[in-house]
Design a protein around this ligand. Structure first.
Ligand code: 13P
Length: 140
C-alpha cells in the first residue's frame, strides 16, 4: 500500500513516535511525506520515504495530486487544529480530495493507530481491488 505521512509542526514529535512505534508495519509499504515530516521520520527511523516539498511550499498539493491519480491508499495527516496555517487552503484541499476519492484518512493519533492496525489486519485490502480495476484498460 502507498501511505502518505504528514504532520504540522506541533504534531511532528507525535508523528515521529507513531512512525517509530509502527516502523515494522510501515516498512512493508511505500511511504510518501511532505518535506519536513519526511525528514524528521527518516532521521529517527530506518524507513525510506519519498519526500515531497514542504507543506507550505506545495507539499500538500503534491500529495493531493497523487491522491487524484489513485496513487495513495492511506493518509495519516496529524493536523494541528489550534494553530493557523498559512497554507490552510492546501490543507483543506488535501482533506477534501481524500474524501472525493474515498481514501482512508486519519487526522489524529487515535485514528492513525486504528488505520495502521487495520492495515496490518487486511482491512484495507479492498484498495488493491480498486487500484487493479482502475488500472485495467477499458475494452472499448
Ligand atoms: O505543512 C504541512 C502540512 O500541511 C506539513 O509540511 P512539512 O512536513 O513540510 O512541515
Amino acid at each position: 500500500m502507498r501511505i502518505a505521512l504528514i504532520a504540522h509542526d506541533k504534531k511532528k514529535d507525535l508523528m515521529v513516535r507513531l512512525a517509530t512505534a509502527y516502523e515494522p508495519i510501515l516498512q512493508q509499504h511505500e511511504l510518501f511525506a511532505t518535506g519536513a515530516t519526511g525528514q524528521r521520520i527518516m532521521d529517527a527511523t530506518d524507513l525510506r520515504i519519498e519526500k515531497m516539498k514542504s507543506g507550505p511550499l506545495g507539499g500538500d498539493q503534491q500529495i493531493g495530486a497523487l491522491i487524484s491519480e489513485n496513487k495513495i491508499d492511506l493518509v495519516i495527516f496529524l493536523r494541528d487544529p489550534l494553530t493557523a496555517q498559512p497554507h490552510e487552503p492546501d490543507v483543506n484541499a488535501l482533506i477534501r480530495l481524500s474524501d472525493v476519492y474515498e481514501i482512508p484518512l486519519a487526522t489524529n493519533i487515535g485514528t492513525a493507530e486504528m488505520l495502521l492496525r487495520g492495515l496490518q489486519a487486511g482491512f484495507l485490502d479492498w484498495r488493491k481491488t480498486i487500484v487493479e480495476l482502475k488500472e485495467r484498460p477499458m475494452n472499448l
